[in-house]
Structure formats: C-alpha cells, structure tokens
Design a protein around this ligand. Structure first.
Ligand code: NDP
Ligand code: 2IT
Length: 444
C-alpha cells in the first residue's frame, strides 16, 4: 500500500511551486491517515490520490480596456475540483496574488467544506489576478464581462455555480450574471450572492460572518461559555469580517479591532460598525479613515500586528496564513480562549499546533466559515423552486447547518481518537462523505 508520505511527495512533484496547495493537502492527508488505516477500501481504490487531482482546470485570457482606452490582459482560472456529491460550487477571487496554486488550495478545501454543509454541492474555485482596487465601476464591469465571456462556456446551474470571495461581491456578481444571461439566453441560478430582487437569497450577505459566530457559540457551549462580554478582534474589513462583527455585537461581545491590507484600527471603546460599513461597503475606502470620525482610536500600519492586542477571541477574517507561529504564541500568552477561522486557511500549520498545544478552542475554516457556501446552497434551492424564503427562515437554516457541522466534526474526531480536535474531525467527516460517493460511482 502507498504510504501517506509517498502520496504527499507525488503531490509536491506533480504540482511544483504550489505551496498553499501543498499545505492544504498535507493537512487533510495527515488527518485522514487513521481513516485510511481503518478502511482499506479507500486506499485500495486510491481515493485520496484521485481527490487531489482536480477533475478539470481551466485557465484563460481576460483582455479588457480601462477608462483611458489602454488594454490590459489578466489571467482567469476555474478549477472544477470534485463533483461527487453535486455541481461544482465555490467562489471567485479577484486579487493580484491569485495564481493556480492559490485557486487549487481554495478549491481543494471547498470540496470538504461543501460536504460538511450536508447540501448537495461539489467543490470548485476560480478567479483572476485582476486587482479591483482603484478601478472605476465601468472598468470592473468591462473586466467582469470579459471574464464571463469565457467562463460562461464552462458553468451552469447544474454544472458549476460560482459566487464571491475576496474582491468579488454584489457588484461583480451582478456584472457577471448580466453577461452570462446575454450569452446563454437563460435566467438561471448560475451564480450565488445575487441581488435580492433578481434571485438572491436573504442572509447570503451576512452568512459567512453570522455562520462563523454560530459555529463559535457551538465551540464555547461545552465549556459553558458564550461570547457575551468577551473581547474580540476580527481581521479584515470585508464581507466575512463585517458580518462576523455584526453578530458578535448583537450577542453582546466587544469587538476592539479590524484591519485591511494597509493596517489595523484599534478602538478600545468598541468598533463602530456603521462607520466601517460606510467606509468599506459604500465608499470603498481604507480602514484608517475610521479615525476621522473616531479620533480616540489608533491606526497601526502593520496589519499583522492586530494579533498582539489582548483578546479573548480571535477571528482571522482576511486571508491565508495571516496568523503565523509567532502571532499564535503572542495570542496564547495574552490569554486567548478561542480562535475561529472566517478566512480560508488563515493559520499556518505551526500556528494551529501552538493553539492545540495550549488547549485553545480552535475552529478550522472548512467548518467554521462554511456558512457562506451553505446559504449559497440555500440560494440554489430557492432558485430551483422559484421561491424566496424570509430572512428568519434562511437564518434558522444557517444556524442548524452550523450546529450540524460542529456535531459531525466533533463526532468524527471522537470516533478516530482525537476528541476536541475539530481540524481532524472536519477533515475526516468531509473526506468520508466525498470518498464514499466516489466509490459508489465507480472509477471516477
Ligand atoms: P473581501 O474582499 O470582502 O474582504 C477582504 C478583506 O481582507 C479586506 O479587508 C482586505 O483588505 C483583507 N485582505 C485581503 N487580502 C489581504 C492580504 N493579502 N493581506 C491583508 N489583508 C488582506 O473578502 P471576504 O471578506 O469575502 O473574504 C475574506 C476571507 O474570507 C477570505 O479568506 C475568503 O476566502 C474567506 N471566505 C469568504 C466567504 C464569502 O462568502 N465571502 C466565504 C468563506 C470564506 P484590502 O481591502 O486592503 O485588500
Ligand atoms: O470560501 C468560500 O466558501 C466562499 N468564498 C463562498 C463560496 C460560495 O459558493 O458561496
């Protein structure tokens, strides 16, 4: 039988230079070794070796023209990773750091995350190295139209359903949906995160952040704690962070810092979220502008420094590998009791080890941030039935899904001898669901 380290060596050799993808694969593989040892049929059928190979990877040219008539060329990606349990599903990221390795790490994680939601969604991810920052609405529209002109050949409501991620929100989804409809002449739920008057679901905007806090409450529950009265820090100030902060505040926690890629704002009196929403959602400005209306707060131009604040709860809601070993050690020495990951893979493996060794409650991204894609799944269901559910109904379903994810991850961790380890539990529960579906479907 092939050993785990042989599998890992092959992944590294076959996918050179894709450090984030290697990191994501290594974590899942490490977690599922006991599953492969106990159930030889997975190893015999080489299920893991198949899972790490995307079903399809599409890379394409995206030419577009700026407002001065100058021509630019970006690179577009869609990695259709796994369709064992449903159509490919996952976001699109527009950020200058996007490359194939980043999209593959995100797509790989998405496969297991989507399985954990209990909804019929396979995994995929896409995006571009386009930087929407500083571009006019017209430029963003022209880029989105060009991007969708190619992407439309590969997606569809029953094939592959993209959504937002970093740099892709309601505006971009609107432009892409419009272009898809022109090309295909069908009005279908091909994207999620749509506007509320053209097929979007209530709660999708809030879902990643709210879901994260519902999951965090599940983590705290066995310790007889809630977030009420806790001091919280949430990095980033985009979709995931803003709605995590909103839910924290609704539940009586005090959020004292948020950030963007230029730095972080520390407001010991508690962040005023309306100000952050105005800066980020309306003006598309920078977080340091917070100080204009809140001069008692401080701005620090090192965004990683946010983890040196004393806090009870850390919510990394910006990007991958934003908490390294040193940051984790500072968090632990300052008495952090829980870390819940809203971003994808925001803690390095060494940081996760520090949290586990210190007995910090740790909610891994795949489980803790699955609320966004879960409500995307609910949006797909509503689109298929041509109905729209009230806010309370969608929110209640989100809460139940997050609670079920916490339960499945906890039970899997228990069953495979690592009680309380939600990293292992989430990986195992997600893997078993996808692996069993692949076995049922023959050599796929
Ligand atoms: P947004 O684009 O809305 O916001 C991203 C935020 O993170 C911004 O404040 C941005 O700052 C900051 N950020 C991004 N990249 C970096 C970087 N390299 N260094 C420092 N700060 C950075 O994206 P989302 O809120 O949607 O995404 C945040 C995280 O949540 C990502 O990891 C994403 O994959 C994950 N996620 C998102 C879901 C969703 O539904 N939107 C669902 C599940 C996970 P700046 O503006 O300066 O770039
Ligand atoms: O990482 C993620 O789960 C997302 N960006 C959301 C994906 C989706 O299809 O809603």
């Amino acid at each position: 039988m092939v050993t785990a380290s042989e599998i890992m060596d092959r992944v590294i050799k076959k996918n050179p230079g894709e450090a984030e993808f290697h990191q994501a694969v290594h974590e899942v593989l490490t977690s599922i070794v006991p599953v492969l040892d106990r159930n030889h049929r997975y190893a015999k059928a080489r299920v893991f070796e198949r899972i790490v190979e995307p079903e399809r990877q599409i890379i394409f040219r995206v030419p577009w023209q700026d407002d001065n008539g100058e021509i630019w060329v970006n690179r577009g990606f869609r990695v259709e990773f796994n369709s064992a349990i449903g159509p490919y599903k996952g976001g699109l990221r527009f950020h200058p750091t996007v490359n194939l390795g980043i999209i593959k790490f995100l797509g790989f994680e998405q496969v297991f995350k989507n399985a954990l939601t209990g909804l019929p969604m396979g995994g995929g991810k896409g995006g571009s190295d386009f930087n929407p920052k500083g571009k006019s609405d017209d430029e963003v529209m022209r880029f989105c139209q060009s991007f969708m002109t190619e992407l439309s050949r590969h997606i569809g409501a029953d094939t592959d359903v993209p959504a937002g991620d970093i740099g892709v929100g309601g505006r971009e989804i609107g432009f892409m949906f419009g272009q898809y409809k022109r090309i295909k002449n069908v009005f279908e739920g091909v994207l999620t995160g749509k506007g509320l008057n053209w097929g979007g679901s209530l709660v999708r905007t809030e879902a990643t952040g709210y879901g994260l806090i519902y999951f965090l409450e599940e983590m705290l529950h066995p310790k007889r704690k809630t977030i009420e009265g806790m001091t919280v820090v949430s990095s980033g100030s985009g979709n995931a962070s803003i709605y995590a902060v909103e839910k924290c505040q609704q539940l009586g926690a005090k959020v004292v810092a948020m950030s963007d890629s230029n730095g972080y704002v520390h407001d010991p009196e508690g962040i005023n979220l309306e100000t952050v929403k105005q800066i980020k959602e309306v003006e598309r400005g920078r977080i340091k502008e917070y100080l204009k209306s809140h001069p008692h707060a401080t701005f620090h131009d090192d965004w990683r420094g946010i983890w040196s604040i004393k806090m009870d709860i850390a919510l990394p809601n910006a990007t991958q590998n934003e908490i390294d070993k040193e940051a984790a050690e500072v968090l632990v020495s300052n008495g952090v009791i829980a870390v819940a990951e809203g971003a994808n893979m925001p803690s390095t493996p060494e940081a996760v080890q520090v949290f586990h060794d210190a007995g910090v409650l740790f909610g891994p991204a795949k489980a803790a941030n699955a609320g966004g894609v879960a409500v995307s799944g609910l949006e797909m269901a509503q689109n298929s039935q041509r109905v729209s559910w009230p806010f309370e109904e969608a929110d209640e379903k989100l809460k139940n899904i997050m609670s079920n994810i916490h339960r499945s991850a906890s039970e899997a961790a228990e069953e495979y001898g690592c009680p309380g380890n939600l990293v292992a539990g989430a990986n195992i529960a997600g893997f078993i669901k996808v692996a069993d579906a692949m076995l049922d479907q023959g050599l796929v």
